[in-house]
Design a protein around this ligand. Sequence first.
Ligand SMILES: Nc1ncnc2c1ncn2[C@@H]1O[C@H](COP(=O)(O)OP(=O)(O)OP(=O)(O)O)[C@@H](O)[C@H]1O
Ligand SMILES: [Mg+2]
Length: 254
Amino acid sequence: MTLAQQAATDVAAKAGGPKYIIFIQQKGGAGKSTMAVNVSAVQGRSSLLQNDIEDAAVIAAGIDPQGSLETWADRVPEEVLPFDYFVTKGKVGELSGFRNDPARRRINVDTPGFMEIDPDAAWGEDPLGESRVADALREVLELADLAVVPITPEWLSWNPAEFTIERILKPRGIPFVVVINLHDPRDGDTALDAVKKWIDERGYPRMADPIRKYKIHAHAAENGLTVMQYRESGTALRAREDFMNLALVIEQML
Ligand SMILES: Nc1ncnc2c1ncn2[C@@H]1O[C@H](COP(=O)(O)OP(=O)(O)OP(=O)(O)O)[C@@H](O)[C@H]1O
Ligand SMILES: [Mg+2]
């Protein structure tokens, strides 16, 4: 081990084990996977431990049995991937293994939507029900230091966000932040202001600015790109700024 590696390991050990950040929202399509991958890319690029040791300081983890995260990360050339990725394919007990790994600083967990919930669960009871996905979710909820709840200006995502916060996160005492995604800058601010108002009325902490909707994001997965690799352009810079902003908010919340 070089001196630099030793110093990095000492810093990590002093700070304790890694922090787990989960991206969670009952409704699909609000941006959990997009956020988990891009926040990992931003954190990975600014990590103290980058290039110093074999195990990256940042892990993007997926518990989705479909493994959408893996499909994405597999397409990113390894030499530019600033984080490790890890998929459990729904298997329980694997992610907790990083708890005491001094090399790891941030573990960003992408979760699947969970539309199947127990309709009979009483208020205050766990509504996740019995399934592979539910078990995998319960494990990461146990580990979570912070939850990021994506919401969109589209009204359909609001109730599931509230459900996620009131029925899943609050009963477990997990700190959370709501992040507005898919704001189309060409649409003006009416829909954006409405969703901000809805969040603020509930007293939920939220990221001040939204993550904007850009076409380059929609093609990123198939092209194996994170925001750190977008070809330089005005849009690419704005897109990257949004996720750097999110990564900073997360650091402030931890
Ligand atoms: N800011 C954005 N701008 C443009 N497209 C976006 C943005 N965020 C997400 N998308 C696109 O929207 C779709 C849904 O996003 P994503 O897959 O991240 O959502 P998800 O919450 O992980 O959904 P699921 O619950 O189905 O896993 C994807 O095609 C993604 O590329
Ligand atoms: Mg997803």
